[in-house]
Design a protein around this ligand. Structure first.
Ligand code: SF4
Ligand code: FES
Length: 360
């Protein structure tokens, strides 16, 4: 596949491990994460990175779980740099010491995204399930002193969204270049915990207005991105910018996926890297990647909808989990015959949170 091929992916999401020391109830990693062990060693991941660059990928997100748990993160970053990929570390910052962050930068790290949970340490530690809020602020200060471009990411949920003003102020203090206020994506553990996590419509509206005022005030200093929840909008998001279109995900066990959650769709069999077929060959001809590429798979109401080229029919994983059919219209869409399951989620009773155990 050449640089001019319009169907190449731009971004590789390298899920280095599902292990993680934190216990966030909004995690979208699979419920059966323990059955998917880290199968790729340093040389297998280095080959994936080189093959991704050959395929036309320009940037890699090293993520997890917690990628810092990989002892070979430095050589993997060096391999990404050799392949000429822009290298982005997506991390909780745990466990991390300043010297390791310096080593990661020296190996070729271009930027990092650090997750925070709230500006209020007590609530942040309660969401993480472990006391890490103060350490995370220290990690942000190291990124600043080591001149590593920093994005702060906060997953918004009902129990932290009212603090969005304080979160913005904290990100400013920490010298972030960019703040992502991301609504919870209700898949994996987050779907199991949905009733305890969903904010109300009023909470969302207030966050929207606070973020919009801050965006205007901080223009040119800190970019603020607010990703609104599809549950509230009545319209689905363009998940992954379309199935197997711009993003390719490689999971810890080597499966080549269109998104982080597609492995939970039981009707699809995803190929693995490390066999005879290269990443490019898998990308071009894997039946599971072809299953929902483009729009030929769509049925009504998507097939004749004027938005199908904008949202690509929404999220296939959400359609599978909420409508029982990965090929159905995403129930987040108010034109879906199953939209009532999203509407009724706001009336679920007895919210309770299943907190993950730390995954080591
Ligand atoms: Fe998108 Fe399909 Fe809904 Fe139209 S009907 S807005 S294409 S999900
Ligand atoms: Fe898989 Fe949206 S998360 S298609």
């Amino acid at each position: 596949m050449t640089e001019r091929d319009p169907h190449r992916p731009y971004t590789l999401i390298a899920e280095l491990t599902y292990r993680c020391p934190l216990r966030c109830g909004h995690c979208s990693n699979p419920l059966d994460w323990a059955q998917h062990r880290d199968a790729l060693d340093t040389s297998a991941w280095s080959r994936v990175l080189a093959e991704a660059a050959e395929l036309g990928v320009v940037q890699v997100h090293l993520t997890g779980g917690e990628p810092l748990l990989r002892r070979d993160l430095e050589p993997l970053i060096a391999a990404a740099r050799r392949a000429d990929l822009y290298t982005h570390l997506v991390t909780s910052g745990v466990p991390l010491a300043r010297e390791r962050l310096r080593a990661l930068r020296d190996a070729g790290l271009d930027a990092m995204q650090l997750s925070l949970h709230d500006a209020d340490d007590v609530n942040a530690d309660s969401i993480a399930g472990v006391p890490v809020a103060a350490h995370k602020r220290e990690v942000a200060s190291w990124a600043q002193s080591l001149e590593i471009p920093l994005t702060i990411n906060v997953v918004l949920r009902g129990d932290n969204i009212d603090g969005v003003d304080a979160i913005i102020a904290l990100a400013e203090t920490l010298g972030a270049d960019r703040l992502e206020l991301a609504s919870t994506q209700y898949l994996g553990w987050a779907l199991a915990n949905r009733s305890a996590l969903l904010p109300t419509h009023a909470q969302i509206e207030r966050a929207r207005s606070v973020a919009s005022a801050a965006r205007a005030r901080l223009r040119g200093r800190m970019e603020i991105v607010l990703v609104l929840p599809d549950y509230h909008a009545g319209a689905p998001r363009a998940c992954m910018e379309g199935w197997a279109r711009r993003f390719v995900v490689v999971s810890p066990d080597g499966r080549v996926l269109p998104c982080h959650a597609a492995g939970s769709i039981p009707t699809l069999e995803f190929e693995r890297v490390g066999g005879v077929r290269s990443l490019a060959e898998i990308w071009r001809s894997s039946p599971a990647l072809a299953a929902f590429r483009g729009d030929a798979w769509m049925s009504e109401p998507c097939r004749s909808c004027e938005r199908r080229a904008i949202d690509h029919g929404g999220c296939r994983c959400q359609a599978h989990h909420l409508a029982g059919d990965a090929g159905a219209t995403d129930p987040a869409c108010d034109r879906s015959p199953m939209h009532h399951v999203v509407v009724s989620a706001f009336h679920d009773s007895a919210p309770s949170l299943v907190q993950l155990r730390a995954r080591r």
